[in-house]
Design a protein around this ligand. Structure first.
Ligand SMILES: [Zn+2]
Length: 172
C-alpha cells in the first residue's frame, strides 16, 4: 500500500504524484558539495573504520572542529581541505539531531534548561527574587560568574546575596 498525504501534484505528462509539503526536496540538494563530503567520509572510514562517527560525538566537539576548520579556510590555509572538513562536521552535527539528541551539550542549552527551574527563587527574608520565567526582578542586583556557574542575586530589601549554583539545578 502507498501512503497518501492527500496533497497531489499533476505533472505536464498527466501523471499524478503525492507531494507532501515539508518532506524536503532531495532533487534540489548541492550534489557536488555532497560528493566532496563523501570523500571526507571515505578518508575517515580508512582512518577510523566505518561507522565510527555513528557511535555519537558530543555536539560541542563537532562544532569546535567545524569552527576551527572554517577559520583556517577563511584565513587561506590550504594544507588540507578545511572547507570540506567544516561541512563534514556540521552535517554530522545536523545528523545527530535525529540520531543522538542526548549529545547536545551546548552551554547555552544548559543555561536555558536551568532557567526553567530558577523560577520563584526567594530570599531568606521572603522577598521574591525571580519571576515565574526564572528572570530576576528589576530591583534585584545580579552578577554572574560563568566559570563557577554561579548566579548571585542581591535582595533589594535585606541586601542579602543569594547564590544560585547552576550545577545544582541541572539534575532537577
Ligand atoms: Zn531579603
Amino acid at each position: 500500500m502507498i501512503k497518501d498525504s492527500g496533497d497531489r501534484t499533476e505533472f505536464e505528462t498527466g501523471a499524478k504524484r503525492d507531494m507532501h509539503a515539508g518532506k524536503g526536496r532531495m532533487d534540489l540538494l548541492p550534489w557536488y558539495g555532497i560528493m566532496e563530503v563523501s570523500k571526507h567520509c571515505e578518508e575517515g572510514a580508512l582512518k577510523y573504520g566505518e561507522h565510527n562517527v555513528d557511535k555519537g560525538i558530543p555536539l560541542h566537539s563537532l562544532l569546535d572542529s567545524a569552527a576551527r576548520h572554517l577559520a583556517k579556510y577563511m584565513v587561506g590555509m590550504d594544507d588540507e581541505d578545511h572547507l570540506r572538513a567544516a561541512c563534514w562536521n556540521l552535517l554530522w552535527a545536523l545528523n545527530q539531531r535525529e540520531t543522538h539528541p542526548e549529545l547536545d551539550d551546548r552551554f547555552a542549552i544548559q543555561i536555558k534548561e536551568n532557567k526553567k527551574s530558577m523560577k520563584d527563587i526567594t530570599c531568606t527574608c521572603g522577598k521574591a527574587l525571580t519571576d515565574e520565567h526564572g528572570r530576576a526582578f528589576r530591583d534585584v542586583e545580579q552578577d554572574i560568574n560563568l566559570p563557577m556557574l554561579r548566579w548571585m542575586l542581591r535582595c533589594p530589601e535585606c541586601k542579602k546575596v543569594t547564590v544560585v549554583n547552576w550545577k545544582e539545578f541541572t539534575n532537577e
